[in-house]
Design a protein around this ligand. Structure first.
Ligand code: SAM
Length: 295
C-alpha cells in the first residue's frame, strides 16, 4: 500500500504551482502541511482497516492520503470542482478512495453509509471549512445517518464551546446540542503554522463520540432543540421571556412560567444556568402544557 507523501510545505506548494491554483477563502481552504498533525488526526479517529470513512473537503488530497493508507474505504466530498484533477493525480496510488463532487450540506450521508457500509456506523474525519463548521456538524447529527464518531479540525474556540458546561460564558446551544448527541473530547491543539495559508486563529482536533442513546429522554426532540435555541437567542433575559418571545413557539409568559414551575426550576432562571437534564424536564412540561391547550 502506498505511503502518504503530501502533508509538508514543499509538496503542497509544488502541487498548487503545478496546477496554477491558490487556496480559495470562500471555501475555507487551509491545507494541512504538518505530518505530525495528520498522524494525530488518524490516531484520534482510531482508523483501522475495518473502517469506512467519510471525509469532508479533501482539498488537494492531503488528509485523504493518510486515511486511504489506513482505512478500508474513504469517500471524500469536495465542493470545489477545480480541485478534481488534482485529486485524481494525488490519489492515484490508492484504489480505495472515491471522490464525490458536491456540497456536504446537500449530500445524502445515510445513502452513502447504506451503500458503502451496509448501513453500519461510519466514521467522519475532516479538516473542516471553518465558515460552515456548525451547520456541517449539526447537519450530520440531524441527518440520522449511522455514525460512530466524528474527528474534526475546528477553530479552538468552537471546540471549547462544544465541551463547555452550565455557568461558563461560552456555554450555549452548540454545547447542549453536541452533548445531546455525543461525548466531545479535545484531542490536541493545532497552531496556525500547520496550514497553508495560515488561518488567523488556533485550531483543535476534536472527537465527538456518538451516544448510543441520548443522555436524556424527551417526548419531543424538536421541542427540546427549539427550547435551547429560544433560551440562548436572548441570553441575557429570563428563560420565561425567551420562551414567550420565541417565534417558533406559541406560549404566553404565564404558560412559560408554569412550565418552569412544573419542572422545579426558578421562574427567574436564565438558560445559561441550566444543564441538559433541566432543559429536558422543561421541554417535557412545555409539551404537557401544549397538549392541555389542544384538548
Ligand atoms: N482536507 C484538506 C486538508 O486538510 O488539507 C483541505 C481542508 S480545507 C480546511 C476545507 C475543504 O473543504 C476545502 O477543500 C474546501 O474546498 C472544502 N469545502 C468547503 N465547503 C464545502 C462544502 N460545503 N462541501 C464540501 N466541501 C467543502
Amino acid at each position: 500500500m502506498a505511503e502518504p507523501y503530501l502533508g509538508n510545505p514543499g509538496r503542497t506548494s509544488e502541487i498548487l504551482r503545478k496546477y496554477n491554483i491558490s487556496a480559495k477563502k470562500k471555501y475555507g481552504q487551509n491545507f494541512l502541511i504538518d505530518a505530525g498533525a495528520l498522524e494525530g488526526i488518524i490516531e484520534a479517529a482510531g482508523v483501522t482497516k475495518d473502517d469506512f470513512v467519510l471525509e469532508i473537503g479533501p482539498g488537494i488530497g492531503t488528509l485523504t492520503q493518510y486515511l486511504a493508507a489506513r482505512a478500508r474505504k474513504v469517500c471524500a466530498v469536495e465542493i470545489d470542482r477545480s480541485l478534481l484533477p488534482i485529486l485524481e493525480d494525488t490519489l492515484n496510488d490508492w484504489d480505495n478512495v472515491e471522490v464525490v463532487p458536491g456540497d456536504i450540506l446537500k449530500t445524502d450521508i445515510g445513502e452513502i453509509a447504506e451503500r458503502e457500509n451496509g448501513g453500519r456506523p461510519i466514521k467522519v474525519v475532516a479538516n473542516l471549512p471553518y465558515y460552515i463548521t456548525t451547520p456541517i456538524i449539526l447537519g450530520l447529527f440531524e441527518s440520522r445517518a449511522p455514525m460512530e464518531s466524528m474527528t474534526v479540525m475546528v477553530q479552538k474556540e468552537v471546540a471549547d464551546r462544544m465541551q463547555a458546561g452550565p455557568g461558563s460564558k461560552i456555554y450555549g446551544a452548540l454545547s447542549l446540542v453536541v452533548q445531546y448527541h455525543s461525548e466531545p473530547r479535545i484531542d490536541f491543539i493545532v497552531h496556525p503554522n500547520s496550514f497553508l495559508p495560515q488561518p488567523g486563529v488556533d485550531s483543535a482536533v476534536v472527537t465527538l463520540k456518538r451516544h448510543r442513546q441520548p443522555p436524556v429522554e424527551v417526548k419531543d426532540e424538536k421541542l427540546l432543540f427549539d427550547l435551547i435555541r429560544a433560551s440562548f437567542n436572548q441570553r441575557r433575559k429570563k428563560l420565561s421571556n425567551g420562551i414567550a418571545n420565541f417565534a417558533g413557539f406559541s406560549f404566553s409568559r404565564g404558560e412559560a412560567e408554569e412550565a418552569l414551575k412544573r419542572a422545579g426550576v426558578s421562574p427567574t432562571i436564565r438558560g445559561e444556568a441550566l444543564d441538559l437534564g433541566q432543559f429536558a424536564k422543561i421541554a417535557d412540561t412545555l409539551y404537557e402544557i401544549r397538549a392541555e391547550k389542544q384538548q
